[in-house]
Design a binder for this molecule. Structure first.
Ligand SMILES: [Zn+2]
Length: 484
């Protein structure tokens, strides 16, 4: 809700104009000069920042005292964040009791600038910058906390991932060129792809199967990108529905890769799919957080949230999986806009959340399943996450999850675990999975944490995409069968 425009607005805008005028005079922050430069670097990022800048100035919502920061932000954001010699640690036995006496997690985040990768009842994975390693190490030692180094140089993980990407592209250049003429998007699962390729792939599927597919733009992001959902159905009015999303968290690249693979698995053999698959209406949203995804591809590989601006702080982004209207005020999320688990200013404050809520609420009739793809940890979990209670039909959900986990082990040899969410991952409010159950009464609600278990974490090398995606498909297939 925006407050009514007070007469002071004009007064607020005056210094703003002055500040921007001053900035326009210097080369470094010359707004007019920035556009062609950023446009050639990558139009999406440039458009995003420009749209954001215009919205803030037009609405007069940019605090005069932070105008310089915001202008600086536009510049700084173009420089990729590096993680040279930053380490990834796994820290054990940070029990809730201990946290209450001493908030270790918070201290590691705030005092040592740690970035939390994963947290559950048994351990915490956190990255620590090179400069803070010594201090953080002494802190853990002083409190007798057990820890293990998962990676001693996160930047080298990121560089390796990049190298493998390049190698896969070079290695299949011939095949790829041929493929690109045959199908428009050039999609494949030897590498991760940018948003444009994923959207081109969705359009391509729609074009090839016009009678079964419908492509929706269900909203736009803060930076002006489309939110796209593909529906696959031979009878949308009558068939039971299954929803699949990916990419809520930007850095979990294996998730959009898996969800696009599911789309491929479905459509490459649609005519021969068994009745329990062809007889459903599938809604597929590979990237729920396009702004964050592109930001993680261009600026900060480990970005998690979306990219919406917060008014007071220099900090950007809301954790979309803490922003849904279920247990929003509760445990497991942050009120601090700078935190990676910032819940937002109110439930469903974010455009991405609003778009999904509105779209699904209108289609809740016959909506039997909500599947959401995350990484990492190799787990299939079901509600609740926001409280330490199981849903009443938990035994059914556990049984179907067990079946999926067994089939996954048979197919790829990977070990996944099936469990109720709060036991496996701890309590957290505001999740899309819980919301779908609480608000829409969806039965088969699952979150899957894809590979791996911490060796590479979010920076899963492209050579693992195919098997991991197959594991994700196996869950979808198993749930479709359960819906029957
Ligand atoms: Zn996630």
């Amino acid at each position: 809700m925006s407050p009514p425009a007070p007469p002071t607005l004009c007064l607020l805008m005056l210094p703003l104009v002055l500040v921007l005028g001053a900035l326009a005079g210097s080369n470094a922050f010359d707004i007019a000069a920035m556009e062609p430069v950023t446009a050639s670097q990558g139009h999406l990022v440039a458009t995003g920042n420009k749209a954001l800048y215009e919205r803030m100035t037009l609405n007069g919502t940019l605090d005069p005292d932070s105008a310089a920061d915001a202008a600086g932000m536009m510049d700084v954001n173009e420089i990729p964040v590096r993680y040279d010699e930053a380490q990834l640690w796994r820290i054990y036995n940070i029990s809730e009791g201990m946290q209450k006496r001493l908030p270790f997690r918070q201290m590691l985040e705030q005092k040592f600038g740690g970035n939390i990768w994963k947290e559950n009842s048994k351990f915490l994975d956190i990255s620590i910058a090179k400069e803070q390693l010594k201090a953080a190490r002494s802190f853990l030692a002083a409190h007798n906390i057990e820890s293990q180094i998962l990676s001693d140089n996160i930047q080298s993980l990121i560089d390796q991932e990049q190298l493998e990407s390049v190698a896969s592209t070079l290695g299949r250049l011939g095949a790829r060129t041929k493929k690109a003429t045959r199908n428009g998007s050039g999609m494949h699962w030897k590498d991760y792809h940018d948003l444009e390729t994923i959207y081109a792939f969705m359009r391509e599927i729609r074009t090839k199967f016009p009678n079964v597919c419908r492509l929706y733009t269900i909203g736009k992001t803060a930076e002006g990108r489309d939110l796209k959902v593909l529906r696959i159905s031979e009878n949308p009015r009558e068939y039971k529905k299954i929803w699949i999303d990916g990419g809520i968290h930007a850095r979990e690249w294996i998730s959009p890769a898996t969800v696009t693979f599911i789309l491929y698995q479905l459509m490459s053999n649609w005519e021969n799919q068994p009745a329990h698959i062809r007889g459903l209406t599938w809604y597929i949203m590979p990237v729920m957080n396009p702004d964050g995804y592109e930001y993680s591809r261009t600026v900060n590989r480990l970005w998690r949230k979306n990219r919406s601006p917060s008014r007071r702080a220099k900090c950007f982004g809301v954790d979309l999986n803490r922003n849904f209207d279920i247990g929003w005020n509760g445990y497991g999320s942050s009120t601090n806009p700078c935190s990676d688990t910032y819940r937002g200013s109110q439930p469903a404050s974010e455009l991405e959340t609003q778009a999904v809520v509105e779209f699904l609420s209108k289609r809740k009739y016959n909506l039997e399943s909500y599947l959401t793809y995350h990484s990492y940890g190799q787990m299939v979990v079901y509600p609740w996450a926001y409280k330490a209670v199981k849903v009443k039909d938990a035994s059914v959900l556990q049984r179907v999850a067990n079946t999926a986990v067994q089939r996954i082990a048979q197919k790829t040899g990977a070990n996944y675990r099936a469990s109720v969410t709060h036991e496996a991952l701890g309590i957290a409010g505001g999740g899309s999975d819980d919301w779908s159950r609480a608000a829409l009464n969806v039965k088969y609600v699952y979150t899957i944490e894809l590979r791996d278990r911490g060796n590479f974490g979010f920076v899963l090398p492209p050579r693992f995409i195919k098997d991991t995606a197959l594991e994700g498909w196996t869950l979808a297939e198993t749930v479709a069968q359960a819906i029957g």
